[in-house]
Design a protein around this ligand. Structure first.
Ligand SMILES: [Zn+2]
Length: 102
């Protein structure tokens, strides 16, 4: 699903301020959809709210689905949205592997 900026999202809430409508991609694993739905519901409840509040809601709904959604986000269409965050995660994983197997 691409938003108006051409960015790739798993779910989106539109009209959060007035009459919220939630859209979730239907090609995601059920457990990921559960986390994404909770994320978007939090946006709808808080008239948009803060992104971190929705992330917490998504994590609470399904920690496994949340973790999977993070892993599934590691695709170029999303990586280019968060280049510094992605670089930090890749370095952390690389460092972890080095400590474990290096
Ligand atoms: Zn969000």
């Amino acid at each position: 699903m691409l938003n108006r900026f051409g960015q790739d999202y798993f779910g989106v809430t539109i009209n959060a301020e007035t009459s919220p409508e939630i859209y979730i991609r239907n090609d995601l694993p059920k457990i990921v959809q559960k986390s994404v739905l909770a994320h978007e519901k939090e946006h709808a409840k808080n008239k948009g709210g803060y992104e971190w509040q929705s992330w917490i809601a998504g994590f609470k709904a399904s920690p496994v689905g949340w973790a999977l959604s993070v892993i599934m986000s590691l695709r170029w269409s999303r990586i280019k949205m968060y280049p510094i965050l992605t670089a930090a995660i890749v370095m952390a994983i690389g460092f972890g592997l080095l400590m474990r197997f290096g």
